[in-house]
Design a protein around this ligand. Structure first.
Ligand code: NAP
Length: 279
């Protein structure tokens, strides 16, 4: 397999860390970002600096992201695959979550990704090649009770990726949004997941949904190592998917949502078609 240069955000644990380890084992070169450099370096272990470039980056800061991409290009001479992986779950209803909590989640889950794309595009355009992989979530296609803001953020990533793929196709650049189901990472831990500080008693179904979801921590069916292998596989294709559901749970939720959507679209077809101007 062709050896590539990868740039991965939010990589000190979970899917990002599994991906770094897999890539290094297969001889690829990797630049990876984290909010805390020592944590990332410790998690990855001893690796040759010719193969691994750890970077401390604040994804909300344009200069910080630009500098990290410039450093990656200077170190490795090119950037082939960009994985916008950093992200976290946020639970709570729209009414309960503060604007600060909502804005912060978009800062990381959406604007961090946009920031990276803006800064890396000039390099990919100059090369005439590159693959941008944006980690979304099944929640961005078939959202669950109590996770509206997370669904909104990840739906934004899917929508953005689908159009970015069209916009950059003629430049030789490919884009994939990956929508994972539940993977056994730190995603549901207190260090990653945020639940609204303010809770309104009336939202009993939401509290129950959160409790059910949190109870799967440590029992998620998705294997991060297999997710990493899937990412390697799509990065090796000249025509990768624009949207990839990852995990049997994600696949089933997506197909159920498709059936519901089809039914709803057909049920309301007369009303949908009723708004045309009579000529
Ligand atoms: N695991 C799942 O079930 C699942 C399902 C669907 C989608 N996803 C998505 O998959 C991606 C990876 O998540 P994971 O499962 O690997 O979770 P994880 O183990 O919690 O790792 C998340 C990574 O994102 C970064 N991150 C977390 N909170 C952040 C914040 N507030 N600001 C900046 N960076 C932050 C962290 O980077 P540093 O600490 O290194 O800075 C961390 O390495 C995320 O985008 C997540 O939304 C996960």
């Amino acid at each position: 397999m062709e050896k590539k240069v990868w740039y991965i955000t939010g990589a000190s644990k979970g899917l990002g860390l599994a991906l770094i380890k897999k890539l290094l084992a297969e001889g690829h070169r990797v630049a990876a970002t984290s909010r805390t450099l020592p944590t990332l370096i410790q998690a990855v272990g001893t690796v040759s600096p010719d193969a691994f470039l750890p970077l401390e980056v604040d994804l909300a800061d344009e200069d910080s992201v630009a500098a990290s991409i410039q450093t990656t290009h200077a170190a490795f001479g090119r950037i082939d695959v960009v994985v916008n992986n950093a992200g976290y779950g946020i639970g709570g209803t729209v009414e309960e979550l503060s604007m600060e909590e909502i804005r912060q989640s978009f800062e990381v889950n959406v604007f961090g990704t946009i920031n990276t794309i803006q800064k890396v595009m000039p390099y990919l355009r100059a090369q005439g090649s590159g693959h941008i992989i944006n980690i979304a979530s099944i929640a961005g296609f078939a959202g669950g009770t109590g996770w509206s803001v997370y669904a909104a953020a990840k739906q934004a990533i899917i929508g953005l990726s689908e159009v970015l793929a069209q916009d950059t196709r003629s430049l030789g650049i490919r884009v994939t949004a990956v929508a994972p189901g539940a993977f056994r990472t730190q995603f549901l831990s207190k260090e990653s997941l945020i639940l609204s500080r303010h809770r309104i008693e009336a939202y009993k179904d939401v509290r129950n949904a959160h409790a059910r979801y949190l109870s799967i921590d440590g029992k998620q069916i998705g294997d991060p190592v297999k997710a990493a292998e899937a990412l390697l596989q799509i990065a090796s294709l000249s025509e990768p998917p624009t949207l990839l559901f990852l995990g049997s749970d994600a696949y089933h939720r997506a197909t159920e949502k498709m059936a519901q959507l089809n039914e709803q679209i057909e049920h309301w077809k007369p009303l949908s078609l009723s708004t045309q101007l009579a000529e």
